[in-house]
Design a binder for this molecule. Structure first.
Ligand SMILES: C[S@@+](CC[C@H](N)C(=O)[O-])C[C@H]1O[C@@H](n2cnc3c(N)ncnc32)[C@H](O)[C@@H]1O
Length: 250
């Protein structure tokens, strides 16, 4: 899948279907025309530049049925929690698959991602969105409540983006490897507080409670300023590490 962008819009180009965009508004691309990253495409709706797909574009082109995790938050969540090629990751919930997209990109084909959601429609929408960009052979959707579901396997990292993450901590603790990260994403102060308190009650080291603010700039010759439309508050992110049962004396 190739991404077509200008300053206002983002479109997708499917090399398989040879279509730009989706549904009734899709534009057919003639068989002799090859679109490569960097090319400029002239359409009735304006000029677009072709780019390779990258996870920050996912939210611009996916079907959204829930609030998505923003790219600057997702990038930090992934790096801070040590997720890398080959990592085994569990997340809940799926929403529209924005965080899932970042995780799949980071773990590569040697890693594994289990995505749990208690809403069948959100899990189906996530699959549909992700399947445009990933082969999904290492993605396992799980329909269930992360607070009570008996989940198999041990993971390097667990991400919770649900309304009450504190209620899921004791259930997923068993699934986290010692030294592994539990990361939560909550829009409100009281959610972050309850979560961090519960993490400590479960014997975890709470490493960081943070909010990331990204300010976009409107750059115009002679009148450059912050963009009024920037989304300031997204959520509070809490990172905690699971301790092993060993207590080593030096
Ligand atoms: C805000 S959305 C997640 C957005 C997602 N992280 C993204 O980046 O697109 C919250 C999701 O959590 C799911 N959810 C809520 N409570 C849950 C629970 N107890 N167990 C599993 N999923 C849950 C909802 O159905 C919804 O899809």
């Amino acid at each position: 899948m190739i991404i077509l962008k200008n300053e206002e819009k983002t479109l997708t180009y499917s090399e398989k279907d040879r279509k730009i965009g989706t549904g009734n508004s899709a534009i057919n691309v003639p068989p002799n025309l090859i679109i490569s990253p960097g090319d400029v495409i002239n359409t009735k709706s304006g000029l677009y530049t072709a780019l390779c797909f990258q996870p920050p574009e996912f939210g611009n082109v996916c079907k959204r049925n829930a609030q998505i995790i923003q790219p600057h938050d997702a990038a930090y969540m992934i790096f801070r929690s040590g997720v890398k090629s080959g990592s085994m990751v569990l997340e809940a919930g799926a929403g529209s698959g924005s965080l899932s997209s970042f995780i799949l990109w980071s773990i590569g084909s040697s890693g594994k991602l289990v995505t749990a959601d208690n809403n069948e429609n959100n899990l189906a929408a996530t699959r549909e969105n992700l399947s445009k960009f990933y082969d999904l052979s290492n993605w396992l959707p799980l329909l269930g409540d992360i607070r009570t579901e008996n989940i198999e396997g041990k993971f390097h990292a667990i991400f919770l983006d649900i309304p009450d993450p504190w209620n899921a901590i004791s259930n997923v603790m068993e699934n986290l490897k010692p030294g592994g990260f539990l990361t939560t994403y909550s829009p409100n102060f009281n959610q972050m507080e309850k979560t961090a308190v519960e993490m400590k009650k479960n014997g975890m080291l709470v490493l960081e409670n943070t909010e990331l603010i990204k300010r976009n700039m409107l750059v115009r010759e002679g009148s450059t300023r912050p963009d009024h439309n920037s989304l300031w508050h997204t959520a509070f992110i809490t990172f905690a590490v699971k301790r092993s049962s060993s207590s080593l004396k030096l």
